[in-house]
Design a protein around this ligand. Structure first.
Ligand SMILES: Cc1ncc(COP(=O)(O)O)c(C=O)c1O
Ligand SMILES: N[C@@H](CCOP(=O)(O)O)C(=O)O
Length: 471
């Protein structure tokens, strides 16, 4: 399988090189040159497979010719093991819970750091360890987080011998639980930077560093743990198939509502559809940082000031993976995407052609949910079902309810995080005590923290990284 850049000017790469490369040299993102497609019969034959067995079916074609099946099987088994602390806390790995008429919540927060990021980052950690040992290579991971990617990446990579990991989070703009999940990991190869800026500033800094890596010591290269890394998206495709099969696909269609920020998760859903899963509706659910909702509903893809919300992990204005979507919507014309992204960078906005917009609207519904509505949904779902949603999941549930076209098709709302990560929103929704953290995190607030506050200044951040890379 070859991978090509969305901007058409970078060399095509194989899977392992794509995993280690992050951003393409032309600033684009890597996507598979061709997408595997599964027949309805083949998908039907997967009914009842375990999560690991299904992951093997879906991931195999993407790594064919590079990772032998026995090795891939081992990586997958290590990534999706059940355990009370370092693994998934539910036998089903991604269990479904019914919250309304033909409405389901897919619990993607059963992993070690309580967010959907564990699905891809547990796998990426094992994959990197495997590839780097094979190549006898050391790398530097640099990642940006609005709260969840950071801890999942640290958890996934803390035991990788050949990795130094540097995670940038926006100072004082992630929840206390999220920050402590990252900053209480004290291994020598783990470094947390609290950047005096917002998530977009963190992400810009990461992208700028990928574009010019001359600040690194000789022989080191940056590796991405954000969803610019293709392996992240690939691993996330699996749970769409898993939920769809559990609800009767491919014999009946299924819909998904996805709390959206960087557009990685819903892009994985779009790919699942193209690979053969009969998905009827894909809902982009945003908080008040609603550039994607405005784009789909009004053709207004313009940057606005980033607002700090009760769903901080989705406080994102520039959604990296939308570029991958635009690439497909523009007939995979890299030159067009290069020009479009340049316009967006220089003018802060872009307008889609009528045909492109029409196709985007055929593929996606969208809805924006502000903080008050988020709190109301957490409260009302709890009152009717005693099920406690986290604020991001609540946005997905509300967007599903507001945009749903067909009640006879199961609607799956992706539960992207555990409510214990966001006690503030939960309290505002009328809960009198904080949701309990799982057993392995009960001492989180007594653990020692280590992090560095740094100004929103590229050279200061790069200096910190350079000085802290292991020898
Ligand atoms: C809890 C949670 N929900 C939703 C999202 C949005 O996912 P994506 O960035 O893949 O759109 C994120 C992070 O991005 C998140 O951490
Ligand atoms: N919500 C994310 C933001 C980064 O998104 P990613 O999927 O590109 O890693 C977070 O929690 O950090």
């Amino acid at each position: 399988m070859k991978y090509i850049s969305t901007r058409g000017q970078a060399p095509a790469l194989n899977f392992e090189d794509v995993v280690l490369t992050g951003l393409a040299t032309d600033g684009g993102l890597y996507v598979p040159e061709t997408l595997p497609e599964f027949s309805q019969e083949e998908i039907a034959s997967w009914a009842g497979l375990s999560y690991e067995a299904l992951a093997l079916k879906i991931i195999s074609p993407f790594v064919e010719g590079e990772i032998p099946e026995a090795d891939l099987k081992r990586l997958i088994a290590a990534s999706y093991k059940t355990s009370a602390d370092k693994g998934f806390r539910h036998e089903a790995i991604a269990p479904l819970v019914q919250t309304g008429h033909n409405e389901w919540v897919l619990e993607l927060f059963q992993g070690p750091t309580l967010a959907f990021k564990d699905f891809a980052l547990q796998f990426l950690g094992h994959l990197l360890d495997y590839v780097l040992k094979k190549r006898d290579q050391k790398v530097v991971i640099m990642g940006a987080t609005s709260g969840d990617t950071g801890s999942a990446a640290i958890e996934g990579c803390r035991d990788c011998e050949n990795v130094d990991i540097f995670i940038l989070h926006p100072y004082q703009k992630v929840s206390d639980v999220q920050r402590r999940q990252m900053t209480t990991v004290l291994e020598d190869n783990v470094h947390n930077i609290a950047l005096q800026g917002n998530f977009d500033d963190c992400q810009n800094m990461v992208k700028a560093s990928f574009a010019d890596q001359s600040f690194l010591p000789e022989g080191r290269q940056l590796v991405a743990v954000n969803s610019i890394n293709w392996a992240r998206i690939m691993a996330q495709i699996v749970y769409y198939f898993y939920a769809g099969l559990a609800l009767g696909a491919p014999h009946r269609p299924v819909s998904f509502s996805v709390p959206t920020g960087n557009f990685g998760d819903i892009f994985a859903g779009y790919l699942a559809k193209r690979m053969g899963l009969p998905i009827e509706q894909l809902v982009i659910a945003t908080n008040s940082n609603d550039i994607l909702h405005r784009c789909i509903s009004e053709n207004d893809h313009s940057k606005q000031a980033l607002v700090h919300s009760l769903s901080p992990s989705m406080d994102i204005m520039v959604s990296s993976n939308f570029e991958r979507m635009l690439f497909d919507l523009h007939g995979r014309d890299g030159n067009k995407i290069g020009a479009l992204m340049e316009t967006f960078k220089s003018e802060g906005s872009m307008v889609l052609d009528d045909a492109v917009l029409a196709e985007a609207r055929a593929l996606f519904s969208s809805y924006r949910v502000g903080d008050d509505e988020t709190v109301d949904v957490i409260r009302s779902v709890f009152e009717s079902t005693e099920y406690l949603l986290d604020p991001h999941t609540a946005i997905g549930v509300q967007a599903a309810r507001q945009t749903r076209r067909n009640n006879s098709t199961p609607m799956v709302c992706l539960a992207t995080a555990h409510p214990a990560k966001f006690p503030e929103a939960v309290k505002q929704a009328g809960q009198t005590s904080d949701p309990a953290l799982p057993f392995h995190m009960q001492d989180l607030f007594t653990r020692e923290e280590r992090y560095q506050v740094i100004a929103d200044d590229l050279s200061q951040v790069q200096l910190f990284i350079r000085e802290n890379i292991s020898g």
